[in-house]
Design a protein. Structure first.
Length: 154
């Protein structure tokens, strides 16, 4: 019993220590991090209004909360109904047979089943793949997507 009372506080202390950030990033304030003295003794001073600092910190916090970035994908299929799911999976199989390296996304957003291909940051990047896909899927078109993960972009 005595061992439990001795080990429990040690376990709690180690758990709390593990939650602390590493050496870099220990500050949530990027300005304090930049203005701190570095290893060589250099000092950076930022002279700006408090409003500007608030805007930058707000922007940083908003970016931390977002799941991804705005970008573009090519939509091949959108359907509603009891057979729409199977049709979407058939389109996916057809695309995979023609373009085995393509990134294919089958999405369900009630009541629509959608098949989209690729992840692009800018619309002009979709054009070469769009032209290739138009031969097999003449009705395909580019759509804007708000939550493309950064690791999905080329």
């Amino acid at each position: 019993m005595r061992v439990i009372f001795l080990c429990f506080p040690l376990f709690v202390a180690m758990s709390l220590q593990a939650q602390l950030p590493g050496e870099y990033g220990k500050n949530n304030d990027v300005f304090e991090e930049i203005e701190s003295v570095d290893k060589e003794g250099g000092i950076i001073t930022i002279d700006q209004s408090a409003r500007m600092k608030d805007l930058v910190l707000t922007h940083i916090n908003m970016n931390k909360r977002s799941a991804g970035v705005e970008g573009f994908r090519i939509q091949l299929f959108s359907g509603v109904g009891s057979k729409a799911r199977q049709e979407a999976l058939d389109v996916k199989a057809q695309v995979l047979s023609e373009f085995p390296d393509a990134e294919i996304y089958v999405e369900y957003s009630a009541p629509f089943w959608r098949v989209r291909v690729g992840s692009f940051r800018h619309k002009h990047e979709t054009l070469s793949l769009l032209n290739k896909l138009k031969k097999e899927f003449p009705a395909c078109y580019v759509v804007k997507v708000n939550d493309i993960p950064l690791n999905a972009l080329p």
